[in-house]
Design a protein around this ligand. Structure first.
Ligand code: ADP
Length: 444
């Protein structure tokens, strides 16, 4: 205790005050000592001045020391208090300590050593108590902060839930709207296509060359529009998880040839060679032929659309573990690797501008990706800007229909061919720039 201590002695007996003063002086305590003779003065001086320790007579004339202690503590006046007792028993001491006294010393035991000891210990205890109180305050403060943060988090979570709810409601509405609109649009479109086809029949109408040309345009545009409408309908069905595969055993090379022959006129119109190479020992697969053809038509129409000169070719080959790979290559504009993932998202196109050169909805690859996923297959893309692209679809030879779907009938197998479930489609060893594509989330 190097510092000068501010000490207050509260005692109505002048002699007792002197005993304390002398004792502390003799003990060598560096101090600034004040003395008061009654409880009221003690209370008012302690209300305005901070002391390091107070020596308080238990029996003051105007009140008991105990009353003053209670008064001080209830007024939140914090100071180490040593009560100087007379002949009081242990019970009084316990009472004093409970009321808030730091320590007590019997007047009969006052000596410089005892005074110094009790002073030091009172200050030590008081400081420790203050530290505990401070730590408690800090704990309480951080606890309250935690509660506040928790409440804030709960509020934010509720907001997120509300927003999520609103978003899924909006998304549901949008899907319903898309499904209804595209469904409704199909009926007039089919009428336009059907009647244009009838008009073009030579037996039905004698059209001039110009008229026939106009009807042909109506037919072609109608077909194109129907294709777009069908894309939107497929997309909304896939988004709602309502697109079911109708699996059957069919000859995959026939479906490929059919798709290629449908696309040939488009390729020829752009002077592109369209080649097919089938390397299959067993051409039977169990899948949905309409959807497999749809995948091919989409890939081929993209390949033709994005190629100005050169070739488009389709290759089919067997893969280990009863899988079949279908590759569609082109020598077109190519795709930068930064766009590989993006183009598989719904409505995404490399060129999103309104003045873009190539038309389209941006749904084709998203639909393909979803179809391949529900078939238990994978898509790989290899491409380089300016050098063309290669889309590879790996499909299990026999798809597994979801529970509740039609059971796959036993296949007529060639020689020793054994089919396995396609639940674990295998990744082919990745070459440079070859990346498996993530599935789009179909959330707008
Ligand atoms: P769409 O063809 O209707 O725009 P898709 O989903 O089929 O929509 O394709 C998305 C985008 O991916 C295309 O807009 C194009 O930017 C890019 N893409 C697809 N296929 C090719 C390809 N063979 N060559 C170059 N870019 C392609």
């Amino acid at each position: 205790m190097e510092d000068t201590l501010k000490i207050l002695v509260v005692d109505d007996d002048e002699v007792d005050r002197m005993v304390v003063r002398c004792g502390l002086t003799k003990a060598g305590i560096k101090m600034e000592l004040s003395e008061v003779g009654n409880g009221n003065d003690a209370f008012s001086i302690l209300s305005t001045t901070a002391y390091d320790c107070v020596f308080l007579d238990y029996r003051l004339q105007d009140q008991y020391g105990l009353t003053l202690i209670q008064q001080l503590r209830s007024s939140e006046i914090k100071v180490p208090l040593v009560v100087l007792t007379g002949q009081e028993d242990e019970q009084t001491a316990v009472q004093l300590l409970k009321a808030g006294a730091t320590d007590y010393l019997s007047k009969s035991r006052i000596s410089p050593e005892n005074l110094a000891q009790v002073l030091r210990s009172a200050i030590r205890v008081y400081r420790a108590e203050m530290q505990v109180a401070l730590a408690k305050d800090q704990l309480r403060e951080s606890h309250e902060q935690l509660i506040r943060k928790n409440q804030e988090l709960e509020r934010q979570q509720q907001q997120f839930q509300m927003q999520n709810f609103k978003l899924s409601e909006a998304s549901l509405l949008k899907s319903h709207f898309l499904a209804t609109m595209s469904h409704e649009l199909r009926t007039p479109m089919n009428a336009i296509i059907g009647f244009s086809q009838i008009l073009l029949r030579p037996k039905f109408a004698q059209l001039t060359h110009q008229q026939a040309d106009m009807v042909e345009r109506i037919l072609n545009n109608g077909k194109h529009l129907l294709m777009l409408v069908n894309e939107v309908l497929d997309f909304s069905k896939l988004e709602a998880g309502q697109l079911d595969l109708k699996a059957e055993i069919f000859d995959v090379s026939k479906v490929i040839n059919l798709a290629v022959s449908e696309m040939r006129s488009l390729a020829e119109a752009k002077n592109l060679s369209l080649l097919v190479q089938t390397n299959l020992q067993n051409t039977s697969v169990f899948n949905d032929p309409v959807r497999v053809k749809q995948i091919l038509i989409n890939l081929l129409s993209n390949a033709i659309k994005f190629t100005e000169s050169g070739e488009v070719w389709v290759e089919v080959k067997e893969l280990p573990a009863n899988r079949v790979a279908i590759m569609v290559r082109d020598t077109g504009i190519g795709i930068a690797s930064r766009d590989f993932k993006r183009i598989f998202e719904a409505f995404r196109q490399v060129d999103q501008s309104l003045t873009r050169k190539y038309p389209g909805t941006g749904l084709g690859l998203a639909i393909i990706n979803s179809l391949v996923r529900i078939m238990g297959g994978k898509i790989f893309l290899e491409s380089k800007l300016g050098s063309g692209s290669m889309f590879k679809i790996e499909l299990p030879r026999q798809i597994t229909l979801p529970p509740g779907g039609v059971d796959a009938p036993p296949l007529q197998l060639d020689s020793n061919q054994v089919f396995s479930s396609a639940q674990n489609p295998h990744h082919s060893s990745s070459q440079a720039r070859q990346a498996p594509i993530g599935y789009p989330k179909f959330k707008l």
